[in-house]
Structure formats: C-alpha cells, structure tokens
Design a protein around this ligand. Structure first.
Ligand code: CU
Length: 315
C-alpha cells in the first residue's frame, strides 16, 4: 500500500470512530425549578426555610454518559423572592453567561457537553452564594465513563449517593455562616442522621447490601466551610476514584479527605461469609455527631431494590 492510500485509510478509520462515538452520545434534557420551600431537616420533622432545586435537598440526580450533551433549563418562578443560578462543576462554559443569576419570573437555557467522566457537584451561584448553598441549593451530576466497566473500574453490585451539607438554623444570617457560627448540624441527603437508627431512634432507613457485594458510594461535600474525613467504620475503602474518575484510582484507603465542593466515588466490599455492619462517617467528630453518620448493613436478606435504579438516593 502506498503512503497516500495508507493516509486515506487512516483518515477514514478515524472518521468511523468519531461517527461511532457521536452515534452513542445523547442529548439529555434537564429542567430545574428553583423552589423556596419549607422542608424537614431531620427524621422527626424539624422545619427549615430551604431554597432548593425542584423542592428537595439535594436537588435531582443528573446522570449522563461522557460525551452526552446536557440541554439545561433553569426556571425561577415569579412567586420566589430571590435570584437563583446554576453552577455545574461538570460544565466548561462562561461563568458570566451560563452561570449568571436570573430573577424571579425569568428562565435560563443553555447546553454543555459532559466531556470529563466522574462525579460532580452542582449548586446555585447566586449571591450570597454561602447562603444559597447552605439553604440547600446543591446536588450531584454523575458522568459515566464512555469506556464503561472494566477490570480497572468494576461494575458495582449497588450504588448509593450521599451528599453532605452543613445546617445553619438561622438561615438569614449569612455573615455568621461565613465564620462557621451557628453551625448546628450536618445533613446527609438533606437530613441529620438520615440513615442512622443508632444515634436517632426516628431514623427509619439504612443503606443495604448483601455480604461480599461491591457497593459504590458517590459522595459530594456540599459543606460551606469544612472538608470531610470520609471513612467507613469497620471497613477499608477498596478503591477511591478521585473525582469519580477511574483514571484517578487509589487502593486500600482508610480515610479520604474530601475538599469543600469536591465529589469522589468510593468502593466498599464487605466480607462474603457473614453479615456485617458499617458506619460511613465524616470522621471529623464535630460533623459526625452533628449528623454525618450513615449505617450500611451487609446482610443476606438485603432489600433487592436498594442501591439500584432510583433507589441509589434513598428518600
Ligand atoms: Cu439560589
């Protein structure tokens, strides 16, 4: 084969690969509505004047594949009192354009390509940002790697999302929040001790898996001021995928320091031959005992639906 033919063939093959990649990439429509609502922030129903995406803390789980286009709309309904915005950590755009705040009655639309795989925080970026995040405007977007699962990134048997945030009951006093004053609790998926019946008799749920299963925890640190010492009591993280990206894998970790606004993925594999329990904690004691403890029960009769489908974030 002469050089010209070789070059032509190489170009055609590259084009075919590009077409195949393009063919598998999707456009995913996502609409968030900013909602200023009253929510329970613990298992006994303590009320809090929250600001949210779609009415819950955290906001909706967004899950796409690397290469997908996110077609995003933010609605700020006229009945709201405040401007709101969106900041997707998975997007590479213009902070002054896509992430700019909109007033009540306004709508914002933009698209971005999720080019980097992993787990990412999103949050409201309207001013004062400390208050918009502390009041609950945050969540997670998972960008699954386009290569899929492999030996380096094994398919988990179950997946759970845990998002930690700080709770400041005096929601108006954002200047105190900046100094970490008035910090009264740590929310896991919107509630203190959400999945911890050991410390809170009102807690009705725990994470569940069968002995020996690989459980992947997607963890987001949505605290205002505090890094998280993420640790599984009575276990060792089999793998930690920094930023949730299989290219950044650590093995055999006891505690991993998750910076504010960072998100990572953690694999835990319990002993196969008997039932065990773990407590997944923020080992910063002041945070753990303010609510950042989650029980994982590894038992033969684990609920087959938990940690799958829409039960990767337990309500
Ligand atoms: Cu906001």
């Amino acid at each position: 084969m002469n050089t010209f033919k070789k070059a032509t063939l190489a170009t055609m093959m590259a084009a075919a690969v590009l077409c195949a990649e393009h063919a598998s990439a999707k456009t995913v429509k996502v609409t968030f509505t900013a909602k200023e609502v009253t929510l329970a922030v613990d298992n006994k129903g303590t009320k809090y004047d929250a600001w949210t995406f779609n009415g819950s803390i955290p906001g909706p789980v967004v899950r796409v594949k690397e290469g997908d286009t996110v077609d995003f709309t933010l609605v700020n309904p006229p009945e709201n009192k405040n401007s709101h915005a969106i900041d997707f950590h998975a997007a590479q755009v213009d902070v002054l354009n896509e992430f700019a705040p909109i007033k009540p009655g306004e709508t914002k639309h933009f698209t971005f390509v999720a080019k980097v795989p992993g787990v990412f925080m999103y949050h409201c970026g309207a001013s004062p940002m400390v208050q918009h995040i502390a009041r609950g405007m945050y969540g997670v977007i998972i960008v699954d790697p386009k290569e899929g699962y492999s030996k380096a990134f094994p398919k988990p048997d179950r997946e759970y999302i845990l998002v930690e945030g700080q709770y400041f009951p005096d929601a108006e006093n954002y200047k105190a929040m900046l100094e970490n004053k008035g910090w009264a609790g740590n929310l896991i998926n919107g509630k203190m001790f959400h999945y911890d019946p050991v410390h809170d008799p009102n807690a009705s749920q725990v994470l569940e898996a069968k002995p020996g299963e690989r459980v992947r925890v997607y963890f987001v640190n949505a605290n205002i001021n505090m890094p998280v010492a993420f640790h599984p009591i009575a276990a060792i993280w089999d793998r930690v995928y920094i930023n949730g990206n299989p290219k950044n894998t650590l093995y055999g970790m006891q505690t991993y320091n998750v910076a504010v606004a960072e998100a990572d993925a953690f694999d835990i594999v319990s002993p196969k031959d008997h039932a065990t329990n773990n407590a997944i904690v923020d080992h910063t004691m002041g945070a753990a005992l303010r609510g950042a403890i989650t029980v994982l029960m590894n038992k033969p009769d684990a609920d087959p639906n938990k940690g799958k489908g829409d039960q990767i974030l337990l309500k």
